[in-house]
Design a protein around this ligand. Structure first.
Ligand code: NAP
Length: 256
């Protein structure tokens, strides 16, 4: 796994305390060729599973990073830059669909739309990965292979939208996708070593999907372990020709 990266490659998993991000951390650490893994979330002191992993592996460093607070992103980037001058893999996992201070709840109809929920969803799902790119860009400015992957969602596809609803989440993931594509175009000129993609993980058994799992057909709900493994396989196969693409867990293309 991850044979396409140089030995000793360093990774940042952003949104790593739970769910898919936590599994990315586990699987990256399971590979002896992995160098350092930086794992961020809002409150790492309370992230019991990350703390347990860090206690057993000196390659793992935990960072406080709230994607809705640009100063905290800048601080995390400065901390990483104090340890290494390069990252080879950045995976943006943080996302919200329900709950949080704005009491997000996917909207069934127009009357359910609330500005504070739209703002909260866009802050985390859309602006977050873009601001991470802004502050971590210099750590990708080397000549070795690098991948900047943002976990998106098929429901953020405009072309694939047949069911409607979920205004705040769909809109924010569509915006995230546009930012990913725009960033890929900029970096194809200025950071040619970086492959920049949006990835759909498939419906995965995490806190985020929990209230909606009743609608998932039997056998279609992935474990976080399976999802992280499948996405790492997709990441490993990426070439420069893939930059700016929106890909599903099986490597298939999703329409924007
Ligand atoms: N699960 C699915 O079926 C599914 C399907 C399609 C797409 N996705 C996408 O996959 C990604 C991962 O989702 P998941 O299912 O693993 O969700 P999850 O289990 O709910 O985990 C969400 C992660 O995001 C972090 N997070 C939330 N708000 C944050 C903020 N303001 N700043 C920094 N980190 C924040 C959380 O950390 P703390 O709360 O500890 O800070 C946690 O680590 C998301 O982008 C989601 O939209 C998931």
């Amino acid at each position: 796994m991850l044979t396409s990266f140089p030995a000793g490659s360093h990774a940042l998993v952003q949104g790593a305390s739970r769910g898919i991000g936590l599994e990315f951390v586990r699987q990256l650490l399971a590979q002896p060729a992995t160098g350092r893994v930086f794992a961020s979330c809002r409150a790492p002191d309370w992230a019991a599973e990350l703390l347990a992993l860090a206690a057993g592996d000196p390659r793992l460093q935990l960072l406080p990073l709230d994607v809705s607070d640009e100063a905290s992103i800048a601080r995390a980037a400065a901390t990483v830059a104090g340890v290494t001058d390069r990252l080879h893999l950045v995976v943006n996992c943080a996302g919200i669909l329900h709950g949080g201070p704005a009491s997000l709840a996917p909207e069934k109809r127009l009357a359910d739309v609330r500005p504070e929920a739209l703002t909260a969803s866009f802050a985390v799902n859309a602006f977050g990965p873009l601001l991470v790119a802004k502050h971590f860009e210099r750590l990708l400015g080397h000549r070795e292979r690098a991948v900047f992957a943002s976990i998106s969602a098929r429901v953020g596809s405009i072309g694939d939208n047949r069911l409607g609803g979920w205004y705040a989440y769909r809109g924010a993931k569509a915006a995230q996708n546009m930012f990913t594509r725009t960033l890929a175009i900029e970096w194809s000129r200025s950071r040619r070593n970086v492959v920049c993609v949006a990835l759909h993980p498939g419906t995965t058994d995490t806190d985020l999907s929990l209230p909606f799992q009743g609608n998932v057909p039997a056998g279609k709900l992935f474990s976080p372990e399976r999802t992280a493994r499948q996405l790492l396989e997709v990441i490993d196969r990426l070439t420069q020709a893939d930059t700016g693409r929106f890909l599903a867990w099986d490597g298939s293309e999703i329409p924007w």
